[in-house]
Design a protein around this ligand. Structure first.
Ligand code: SF4
Length: 696
């Protein structure tokens, strides 16, 4: 592979230009490794990256500490005992062969993550299907982006989080953000909203909590958890009632409006207020703002998406956007705010249960033939679709389920729904192998732990929330003895007799990914590491090396067979688990500024840990009074699945019928409900019924 000049092993004084290890904003940063000269590793923000333009959040500023954490794993562990790589990989390969010989290929499962580079995600999908010949692979992005992806695919024929550059946000006259708290999850995103507001634009936020993002809003719709769908139906009802629907656009660029118009006719404002708790006057004001905007955007985040009706909820917001004539117009549109660092690229190249590279479907004969030719295998030898993430976890160790699991870049003991059940399933496996940088809660359960490199120690690409493919350059040496995930897959494939098909060089893997994605929806064939090194990224689809990339794919037509977007009628239904006498409160979960996802990385950074050292339970003052809870008291939260404790934080920012807990610590997801969306298989993370009591 030709390493682009700025990835040279001796960084220039300004540091190596790369990107943050954490969220999907993928802020640009420079990393200077002065350790060879007796110094430390330093991070500075890049001005040239449109997503952050010189800004970083606390997590980004402290990211270098992750590279030198004393908790880094530096040697493989076999049943807790340090061993060399040969012994570790030999043991794993021997056990995998034995398990498959006894129980069949699908007895081995693979689980990936939305933080893996495109090269790793691609290679993992191929490794599962070619080296292991198992169909049992999925990834933690199923818990993150799947509802928005399913809804966007159905409506537009393509799922690209923001189908426009992030800088378009500043040009809008109004933005409606449903269930996203960007001020805490990705603070530099706020500068785009601020610019929009500085230019006279209005921000509407839908959230059960008065989050830091909701505080920035001109209008906050404080919805009851689990009722965003009813609110979206009510807003569309009002758009139609006040003649704000763009009938010309609907006729020209969409199908399905008549059915949707009929379906929302029963969602009159007073009914929606009863269901959602949002006053009619605020709904009318939201619709007035959106209707008056020349350019407007509707964005969704996990708060609206992580429900057993997440696909329908996002569909309702897309219907609203289409009725207003927004998608496919410059400066307007619908988008989802992707969460994980490579949440976008990670869902495009084959680590999903139902997917092959290039956003192809694994049950499509033409897709199978194309990818099989790139992989040099018979299409008939490729397995079919596997189980979705929670269904996969729930099957582990059961008579019909997988007996062994290889897990890369994920910590489901903390982050999966009904996590106590998932931990029990993991404990019942014959073999659990985890590749990670630290001994996460899941790695601590593993038979074999493989120490891997992290962001600035390896070369690769990620695709940010805009669909912009970026180069993450190697900027620091990994600790001795640590391998990249590509090297780990190569080492295992060698021992399984397929090493020749699994190069460990990220450039070689990316070149193969380009061929495999050629002609697919997410076509990367025109993107090269060298092109990425020369600029600030390329938007897919990019089908040729002289193609400029596609910042706004829907300007002329949508990616459906007839080029028109689909409006799809959807109906509201209550949460999968509603409150009752025993569990009288809603629990909703989310993030805090200092931590990222399961916290396996950020909880090991002193400044972040000091800022947020432990889990808390946010309760309204009225509820706290009723429960005799004072700020700082220890509080126990019970659901039908488990209990968790945390320190009480009493705040009027939360509704009196709801408690909030951040999910970065083990225990919180023991409470959450694994009821699944029938289309996306997204679990209902965002609402379940709980009881709360003071710990005496
Ligand atoms: Fe930027 Fe997200 Fe990293 Fe913060 S965590 S610096 S917002 S990429």
């Amino acid at each position: 592979m030709q390493i682009p000049p700025s990835s040279a092993r001796s960084p220039a004084p300004a540091g190596v230009a790369t990107h943050c290890p954490y969220c999907a904003l993928q802020c640009g940063m420079r990393v200077t490794d002065a350790r060879p000269a007796g110094g430390g590793i330093r991070v500075t923000a890049r001005e040239d990256v449109p997503a952050n333009q010189g800004g970083l959040c606390q997590k980004g500023w402290t990211a270098a500490e992750l590279l030198v954490s004393p908790e880094r794993l530096t040697t493989p562990l076999l049943h807790g005992r340090p061993v060399d790589w040969d012994e570790a990989l030999g043991f794993v390969a021997e056990r995998l062969v034995a398990v498959q010989a006894e129980h069949g290929p699908d007895a081995v499962a693979v689980f990936g993550g939305g933080g893996l580079t495109n090269e790793k995600a691609y290679q993992l999908g191929k490794f599962a299907r070619v080296a292991l010949r198992t169909g049992q692979i999925d990834y933690n992005g199923r818990f993150c982006m799947s509802s928005a992806a399913a809804a966007a695919n159905r409506a537009f024929g393509m799922d690209r989080g923001l189908p426009f550059p992030i800088t378009d946000i500043a040009r809008a006259d109004a933005v409606l953000l449903a269930g996203g708290n960007v001020a805490e999850t990705m603070p530099p995103f706020v500068r785009h909203l601020t610019r929009m507001r500085d230019g006279g634009g209005r921000l509407i936020v839908i959230d059960p909590r008065t989050t830091p993002t909701a505080r920035l809003a001109d209008l906050h719709l404080r919805v009851t958890p689990g009722t965003d769908l009813a609110l979206a139906l009510g807003l569309l009802h009002l758009v139609i009632a006040r003649d704000s629907a763009d009938l010309g656009y609907l006729a020209e660029r969409t199908v399905g409006f008549d059915e949707v118009r009929t379906s929302v006719s029963a969602w009159w404002p007073e009914r929606v207020e009863r269901v959602t708790g949002v006053p009619v006057a605020l709904m009318r004001e939201a619709v007035r703002i959106l209707g008056a905007a020349g350019r407007a955007m509707i964005l969704t985040g996990r708060g609206a998406e992580q429900h057993a009706k997440g696909t329908e909820t996002v569909t309702a917001f897309i219907n609203l956007a289409l009725a207003l004539g927004l998608p496919g117009r410059e400066g307007s549109g619908y988008g989802c705010v992707t969460g994980q660092g490579n949440g976008q690229g990670g869902r495009e190249h084959g680590q999903k249960a139902d997917q092959l590279p290039g956003y192809r479907r694994i049950d499509d004969p033409a897709a199978r033939a194309h990818v099989a030719a790139v992989w040099g295998v018979d299409p008939g030898d490729l397995p079919g679709p596997g189980r979705s993430a929670f269904e996969l976890f729930d099957a582990l160790g059961t008579p019909a389920g997988p007996r062994a699991l290889l897990l890369f870049g994920s910590n489901p003991v903390v982050s999966a729904p009904d996590a106590g059940r998932v931990a029990r399933r993991l404990a019942g496996l014959d073999l659990l192998v985890v590749s990670d940088i630290v001994l996460s809660e899941t790695a601590a359960m593993a038979d074999v732990v493989l120490p891997s490199t992290q962001w600035a120690e390896e070369h690769g690409t990620i695709t940010n929330l805009e669909g912009r493919v970026l180069l993450r350059r190697r900027a620091a040496d990994p600790p001795p003895g640590v391998w990249t995930d590509l090297e780990i897959m190569r080492g295992l494939a060698d021992r399984l007799g397929r090493g020749d098909a699994f190069p460990a060089d990220p450039g070689e893997v990316f070149d193969e990914l380009r061929r495999a994605s050629r002609g697919g929806i997410a076509d990367y064939s025109g993107i090269t590491h060298a092109r990425l090194a020369a600029g600030t990224g390329l938007f897919w689809p990019c089908p040729a090396e002289d193609h400029p990339g596609t910042p706004r794919p829907f300007i002329d037509r949508f990616a459906t067979p007839d080029g028109r977007a689909r409006l799809v009628p959807v109906e509201h239904r209550p949460p999968a688990e509603d409150v009752d006498a025993e569990f009288p409160l809603y629990l909703t979960t989310g993030r805090v500024l200092a931590h990222y996802q399961s916290g396996a990385q950020t909880r090991r950074i002193p400044a972040l840990n000091e800022a947020e050292p432990e889990v808390f339970v946010e309760l309204h003052p009225d509820l706290a009074r009723r429960l005799n809870v004072a700020p700082g008291d220890r509080v126990r939260v019970r659901s039908r699945r488990g209990t968790a404790e945390g320190e009480a934080r009493v705040s009027a920012a939360i509704r009196p019928d709801t408690v909030f807990m951040p999910f970065h610590w083990e225990g919180v997801n023991r409470l959450t409900n694994a009821a699944l969306d029938p289309i996306s298989r997204m679990p209902e993370f965002k609402v379940c019924a709980v009881g709360v009591e003071r710990v005496i």
